[in-house]
Design a protein around this ligand. Structure first.
Ligand SMILES: Nc1ncnc2c1ncn2[C@@H]1O[C@H](COP(=O)(O)OP(=O)(O)OP(=O)(O)O)[C@@H](O)[C@H]1O
Length: 242
């Protein structure tokens, strides 16, 4: 599988806190990669490094083979990397449609006419079309999560980064969101999804990596990785001798 994204020996520390230590992996074109790890392991920091909101101390990040390690966040977005945030923060006084329009206009180089049409398509895809004219501040948590997805997709990404998008949802809401993510997957987009709700993650991803203290401690097929000793000991908090 051709790599759309590659991290090569990426390191980042805040003083004594290491958030990425020699982090290396490849994301294949059209692949859905899940990421798990304990709180504070460095998962969101990894997204910040990929999107360019923080800079790596060393190592390289390649997008389709091009070194983007020193590129600005805005340039990386225009090159095809978009993300959702753990805590949705839409422009609450603007409508759902206007929120997506901001993303489409600033995230792409297209015209306003193209942006309008694209936003409507994305609102349909993400299940928000009926709420297009409602203020974003009135959305439920599921609606806000859908809007996170929609705003990221309006930037026409090649790679979609999802940061705990299922967090805080009820089981039924989580199921509905997973169905939407699986529909998005079928468009051929490459996805990296950080999630603590493992059953939701496993119903989407092709591969799973585990991060602990900024290090990748496991990488492989989801079921095998979940059953590995590394996950049992470190992520699930189970003593291997118990
Ligand atoms: N700008 C910063 N300055 C100092 N420390 C930071 C900064 N950003 C993150 N950290 C610390 O880095 C560590 C990793 O944070 P990060 O948010 O990447 O973890 P995470 O794996 O995403 O956690 P969670 O699952 O709780 O979201 C934490 O200890 C956090 O407090």
């Amino acid at each position: 599988m051709t790599a759309v994204l590659e991290l090569k020996g990426v390191c980042k520390a805040y003083g004594a806190v290491t958030v990425a230590e020699d982090l290396s992996y490849r994301l294949g074109t059209g692949e859905a990669l899940g990421v798990i790890g304990p709180n504070g392991a460095g998962k969101t920091s990894m997204f910040n490094l990929i999107t360019g909101t923080i800079r790596a101390d060393s190592g390289q990040i390649l997008l389709k083979g091009e070194d983007i390690t020193r590129q600005s966040a805005a340039r990386r977005c225009r090159s095809g990397i978009a993300r959702s945030f753990q805590v949705p923060q839409p422009f609450t006084g603007m409508s759902v449609f206007e929120n997506t329009l901001v993303a489409a206009i600033h995230g792409t180089a297209g015209s306003l006419t193209e942006a309008n049409a694209h936003c409507l398509e994305i609102l349909e895809l993400t299940g928000l079309i009926d709420k297009a004219n409602e203020p974003a501040g009135k959305l439920t948590l599921l609606g806000r999560k859908r809007l996170e997805l929609a705003r990221a997709l309006c930037a026409r990404p090649r790679i979609l980064l999802l940061d705990e998008i299922a967090g805080g949802l009820t089981e039924k809401e989580c199921h509905a969101l997973v169905a939407t993510i699986n529909t998005i997957r079928k468009t051929g987009l490459s996805i990296i999804w950080i999630e603590h709700i493992v059953h939701a993650l496993l119903s989407v991803v092709d591969r799973l990596i585990v991060i602990d203290f900024g290090r990748k401690i496991a990488d492989g097929a989801p079921k095998e990785t979940m059953a590995s000793q590394a996950v049992q000991e470190i992520y699930m908090g189970v003593d291997a001798d118990a």
